[in-house]
Design a protein around this ligand. Structure first.
Ligand code: AMP
Length: 205
């Protein structure tokens, strides 16, 4: 694609509700949600990439950058070709990528970042409870162990959160992530609806 994907990034620590908000947003016309966590979890666990994913994720570590961005790029291309994602009429909501400076660089030629939604949850205990609940419900190995959760939170604080400084502050929207999913969605929509409308004012509805 010569044009870049018009994109908003969903940022937030593990447990802040990125997946829940991204899924709801993606069900609204004009938005397309893509989660790299889901991309990895959907891999065949016996495939080479599936095995690599498990090796890193059970420790709470990030999958190597080149592999992650290559797979993300292929998936976006495939979703476009298959008519699942419509880059000329849908705002791409990226959840879980980029996670560090290297990924930001590798993705730069493909995405036009129009906004960033930072889901902020000051209540650490609530986030940990959410992760423990998800471990039980979805059987996610990376949510089950305290040490793994801590490592993921540490990577977010040390590597992912500082990425915000790479973007102009007027495109960063801080959203209170405490509240019911519907209430948080209302806040997220207040931030992203104007971006979506401005980006696709000429698109057919
Ligand atoms: P998530 O559902 O976003 O918390 O991702 C679950 C796991 O998938 C992470 O702990 C990583 O092991 C892997 N993962 C997801 N997105 C990325 C990414 N952008 N870069 C590297 N690893 C990732």
């Amino acid at each position: 694609m010569t044009e870049k994907y018009r994109t908003v990034l969903l940022f937030g620590a593990p447990g802040a509700g990125k997946g829940t908000q991204g899924t709801m947003l993606g069900s609204i016309p004009g938005f397309h949600h893509f989660s790299t966590g889901e991309m990895f979890r959907n891999l065949d666990p016996y495939s080479d990439t599936g095995k690599t994913f498990r090796e890193y994720s059970v420790r709470g570590e990030l999958v190597p950058d080149e592999l992650t961005v290559d797979l993300w790029r292929e998936c976006m291309q495939a979703q476009w070709t298959l008519g699942i994602y419509h880059p000329f009429s849908e705002l791409l909501v990226l959840d879980g990528i980029p996670r560090n400076v290297r990924q930001t660089e590798l993705m730069a030629e493909h995405v036009d970042v129009l906004g960033i939604v930072l889901l902020q949850a000051t209540d650490q205990k609530l986030m940990l409870d959410r992760l423990r609940g998800r471990a039980l419900k979805e059987g996610r190995a990376d949510d089950a162990q305290e040490a793994v959760i801590k490592r993921r939170l540490q990577i977010f604080e040390e590597t992912t959160a500082p990425l915000l400084a790479e973007y102009p502050c007027d495109i960063v929207h801080r959203v209170d992530a405490i509240g019911s999913p519907a209430m948080v969605l209302k806040r997220v929509l207040e931030a992203v609806t104007p971006i979506q409308e401005a980006a696709f004012s000429n698109a057919l509805r």
